[in-house]
Design a protein around this ligand. Structure first.
Ligand code: HEC
Ligand code: HEC
Length: 291
């Protein structure tokens, strides 16, 4: 009786798969071994599927919060973003993003790309007045940044950062180099170290910029940087520029700690989940066979 219940709930195979708790719990089942064996296999499959489901779900949750995929677009995210905005941005940009004279410009139509750029590079929330906001340690994490961006996007619209890969493959690097020299090098320099511009402004170094920040900068044109809309530089051309910048940077400082090397991590997790899944199939299969 108790064995039947255990099989129904699918606990037993998971336990006996370790080879540990065999024995005592096993005895009452002997009388109906055939039936029990089949059930065990079925419940083993159920355990396996639900375990994989849970792993898949937690992977999705992880990927979401790491920024490896598009986040911050659900209703909850927009609401969370509204609250963060009310605390940290409203005093300068106004209750309806309309801007406040002498404090901050309107954010209507700047888009989530501009918010992502400004907040993820720590420029916003601004610490004081003055046009030039230098890169700082970001006040908000990736998820909060996406939430604020989603809120601003939901009210005012504007350019968004595309989902999916933001960096072209190695075949695009030389095209990226040409485009960089034509469009970017005049301000940021051919070695990305940045340069002073007129009127006390600075084109900063690109050494710390992540793929997403480079795309966001092109789409939003912060400060005196021009906007590079998708008409001026197609999404593929933007990805080629990213490939060029990041490849040259990586070859310049091979020991540098990457901030946004999220890709390999999530691949590792996929492999891990897949690998553990295969292991579990093997374990359950052996467990079922040795009965
Ligand atoms: C102390 C006032 C202040 C606070 C607080 C502040 N900002 Fe700003 N913000 C500014 C000023 C001033 C500028 C224009 C300076 C510049 O372009 O570098 C600006 C520019 C921006 C821009 C660029 C607009 C454009 O046209 O591209 C964005 C986006 C932005 N802020 C978002 C935010 C967000 C999001 C927050 C809250 C996390 C925030 N700001 C908090 C003052 C502020
Ligand atoms: C007219 C000069 C100018 C040109 C041309 C220009 N930029 Fe910029 N760029 C700037 C300025 C100024 C900033 C700083 C904006 C700020 O601090 O708000 C900036 C900031 C950036 C940043 C942020 C760096 C960081 O980590 O803080 C990136 C990335 C960037 N630019 C990429 C590009 C790329 C890619 C191109 C070519 C497609 C380009 N820029 C063309 C002037 C320029």
């Amino acid at each position: 009786m108790s064995d039947d219940i255990e099989s129904e709930f699918g606990f037993e195979p998971a336990v006996s798969a370790t080879g540990a708790a065999d024995g005592a719990a096993q005895k009452p089942a002997r009388t109906s071994k055939r039936r029990g064996g089949l059930r065990r296999r079925i419940s083993a499959v159920i355990v396996l599927l639900s375990a994989l489901g849970i792993m898949g779900a937690s992977y999705a949750a992880f990927a979401g919060s790491s920024g490896a995929s598009d986040t911050g677009t659900s209703k909850d995210d927009i609401e969370a973003g509204r609250q963060l905005y009310s605390v940290s941005c409203i005093t300068c940009h106004g209750a309806n993003l309309q801007g406040i004279k002498g404090q901050g410009p309107s954010l209507v139509g700047v888009g989530s790309a501009a918010v992502y750029f400004q907040v993820s590079t720590g420029r916003m929330p601004a610490t004081g007045q003055g046009a030039y906001q230098a890169r700082k340690v970001a006040k908000f994490d990736e998820q909060e940044t996406e939430q604020i961006a989603a809120y601003v996007q939901s009210i005012g619209g504007g350019p968004t950062i595309p989902v999916g890969s933001l960096r072209g493959d190695s075949a695009t690097i030389s095209l990226g180099g040409q485009l960089f020299r034509i469009n970017c090098a005049s301000c940021h320099g051919t070695t990305f170290k940045g340069a002073p511009l007129s009127a006390g402004k600075i084109a900063p170094s690109l050494n710390e910029a992540t793929d997403k920040q480079i795309i966001a900068a092109m789409l939003s044109g912060p400060e005196s940087m021009p906007v590079f809309s998708d008409n001026q530089l197609t999404p593929a051309q933007k990805r080629a520029i990213v490939a060029y910048i990041q490849t040259i940077k990586a070859s310049k400082d091979p020991g540098g700690a990457g901030i946004d090397r999220i890709g390999p991590v999530s691949e590792a997790i996929v492999i891990w989940v897949g690998g553990v899944g295969a292991l579990m199939i093997a374990i359950l299969w052996i467990g079922a066979k040795t009965r």
